[in-house]
Ligand binder design. Structure first.
Ligand SMILES: Cc1cc2nc3c(=O)[nH]c(=O)nc-3n(C[C@H](O)[C@H](O)[C@H](O)COP(=O)(O)O)c2cc1C
Length: 399
């Protein structure tokens, strides 16, 4: 039995459901799309979850928690984009351990007490026909930093000011300040893998329906993958297989902890953008292995292992990575990074370069972007806007 369906109104309106499950991959967005219907408003089915459209809010730290707890701000942040029509909202990097937070103000899910406040957010999101997702994270060597609105943003938070000792694959600093991180022992690595699995179980209790593992941006997961950050000589360092071990073991443990019908995403930094770093070839290879572990979608970001990287930032600059992984590893992908325009987003899907569009900053500027895209692309699907508003707007009344 399927977990939940969010596209009943779309089905009622005669819109076929395109599927891109790991089982049925190969049916592109085009396959189930009604003639003339924009790709962006074609539902996406992953395991037991159906997204009403292909627009996801990318995880974005709000640095607004105390002791990891969600609060009214998290509700407002998610509520605005759910009402604004996005299909999936992925909650910010959420610490699986207190030491896994980037800042003391990051969201957490390391204890059962965190669950009820998160549940309040997911209940609202679901009631508004969006799917609540969560990004599970450990900040690794980049942990214990002041939040961006602090007078010394990103500076190390001293241990006697509420900070903690960062950990990583190697005792190697990332920033200029702060202590040299503690190099994790093999037993400690396995404890963190267990913390990801426990956090995944809590995520289900909190009502999340999609779980994403954060293995990007130089945080703990990525730091094991990247030869720029991982200088270990044991079974978790050196060869590709050894550097990929933490990711594959964590994906396996989390997959086991999740119900069969809950999709699992992995966010990768698909390249370090530096000679000698993690490459797109590595990402394709690891994505094939992740597909075998029951991962359903690769969320394709880049960078974060080194400040030396020169990143050619511009519209669609990360889309080629989503395209290659999708084509060569035969797993659904998400494209992210400076996707701001409805026609641009629709074209990425139409050209088979990705299955899902993740948007960050544009959805901060414009929580109702999805509704604007629906109007501009002239979708015939039900209006992605709150019923309390829809009746009052001419364009939604006429359909
Ligand atoms: C305020 C802010 C917070 C972010 N926090 C996270 C995060 O928690 N996890 C993550 O993987 N990426 C994070 N990112 C990166 C975004 O998810 C996204 O990948 C990036 O902003 C590029 O997409 P955009 O051009 O649509 O903003 C953050 C970005 C912003 C602007």
């Amino acid at each position: 039995m399927k977990r939940r369906h969010f596209c009943q109104s779309a089905v009622a309106a005669g819109v076929a459901v395109a599927t891109a499950t790991s089982r049925g991959f190969g049916q592109t967005v085009q396959a189930g799309r009604r003639e003339g219907e924009p790709n962006l408003f074609s539902p996406l089915e992953l395991r037991g979850v159906t997204l009403r459209n292909r627009i996801a809010m990318s995880p974005m730290c709000q640095y607004s928690s105390e002791d990891g707890f969600a609060n009214d701000w998290h509700l407002a942040h998610h509520a605005a984009r759910a009402v604004g029509g996005a299909g999936l909202l992925i909650a910010e990097a959420t610490g699986v351990e207190p030491e896994g937070r980037i800042t003391p103000n990051c969201l957490g899910i390391w204890k059962d007490e965190h669950v009820p406040a998160l549940r309040r957010v997911t209940d609202f999101v679901r009631e508004r026909s969006a799917v609540p997702g969560i990004q599970l994270a450990h900040a690794g060597v980049k942990a214990s930093r002041y939040r961006p609105i602090h007078p010394t943003p990103n500076a190390f938070v001293p241990l006697d000011q509420g900070g903690w000792m960062p950990v990583g694959p190697t005792a190697k600093r990332y920033g200029k300040d702060g202590p040299v991180p503690h190099a994790l022992t093999i037993d400690e690595i396995r404890v963190i893998t267990g913390s990801f699995a426990a956090a995944a179980q809590r995520s289900i209790a909190a009502g999340f329906e999609v779980v994403e593992l954060h293995f990007a941006h130089g945080y703990l997961g990525h730091s094991f993958l990247s030869p720029l950050m991982n200088e270990r000589a044991d079974e978790y360092g050196g060869s590709f297989d050894n550097r990929a071990r933490f990711l594959l073991e964590t994906a396996r443990a989390v997959r086991r902890a999740l119900p069969e019908d809950v999709p699992l995403f992995v966010r990768l930094s698909c390249t370090d953008w530096v000679e000698g770093g993690w490459t797109i070839d590595d990402s394709v290879k690891v994505s094939r292995l992740l597909a075998q572990e029951g991962v359903d979608l690769i969320d394709c970001s880049t960078g974060g292992a080194t400040r030396r990287a020169e990143i050619p930032v511009g519209p669609d600059y990360q889309v080629p990575f989503a395209e290659r992984i999708r084509r060569e590893a035969k797993i659904p992908t998400g494209a992210v990074g400076l996707i701001t325009d409805p026609a641009q987003a629709d074209a990425i899907l139409a050209e088979g370069r990705a299955d899902l569009i993740l948007m960050g900053r544009q959805l901060l500027r414009e929580p109702y972007w999805t509704h604007r895209a629906w109007r501009e692309l002239k979708s015939s699907t039900p209006a992605p806007i709150a019923r309390e508003y829809a009746w009052a707007l001419a364009e939604t009344r006429q359909r």
